[in-house]
Design a protein around this ligand. Sequence first.
Ligand SMILES: Nc1ncnc2c1ncn2[C@@H]1O[C@H](COP(=O)(O)OP(=O)(O)OP(=O)(O)O)[C@@H](O)[C@H]1O
Length: 262
Amino acid sequence: MNLPSLARFSERLLAPLYSTPPTRSHNTESIAIEGRNLSFSFASRQVKFVPILRDCSIRIPSGQFWMLLGPNGCGKSTLLKILAGLLNPTSGEVCVKGPKSFVFQNPDHQVVMPTVEADVAFGLGKFNLTNDEVRSRVSRALHAVGMSDYMQRSVQTLSGGQKQRVAIAGALAEACKVLLLDELTTFLDENDQMGVIRAVRNSLDTSAEVTALWVTHRLEELEYADGAIYMEDGRVVKHGDAASIRSFIEARQAAYIEEINS
Ligand SMILES: Nc1ncnc2c1ncn2[C@@H]1O[C@H](COP(=O)(O)OP(=O)(O)OP(=O)(O)O)[C@@H](O)[C@H]1O
């Protein structure tokens, strides 16, 4: 499998390395993404175990847009990859609704076909759909991400954010239930950043079936989220609604600045 098609990983294309049966929920809320007591360590030449994640538990209700924040190196991408089934946890359990899709940071690794329409239709070959069904799914998915006018465009002419939106449309066309999005706005200018984040928000608003977890460094993006998780040093420090997580991080940053200025 080459790099671009790996970047369009979906659990149907690549069997998950790790999965667990669905769990019971004690309340009526349906949970789309759950990790229980997840720990993860690397083995290095010098040290047998380098702990990266320590006893992380998260629960994300279906149909919601959640964000995962924390300082560089705290383990956000590692946690996301474990939820995607791309890495095995050292211990703990994962339960994520399928089909799920993982969208990577680099927009140039997201698109694999020459035109937007062909790219969004790329993953549909395995479903045995009629041409009309394929066209209808592609058109609905492009509409959800605000890219309907670009159907015939060459993917090489798209901006980074437009490529990310096409990749998300590809996942939606495959009826993906969970989107795992790893720092998509890192390489984008402000306009493109907003385009991608609004595309995800709109995709969730148009289909109650889709749940998204978005890794970011940008506090301002929390405005679009229903909930958020804040990590530090491999641990989940706080988990809750987006506004309270934002206040918590701002207070944490203010205390840190005060400390280094004192
Ligand atoms: N393949 C690897 N081998 C050894 N250590 C690794 C490997 N991949 C990640 N790490 C380490 O694990 C820790 C967590 O990395 P991760 O990429 O999950 O953090 P992050 O919070 O996503 O960081 P950033 O915000 O900078 O992208 C870091 O200290 C990183 O150096």
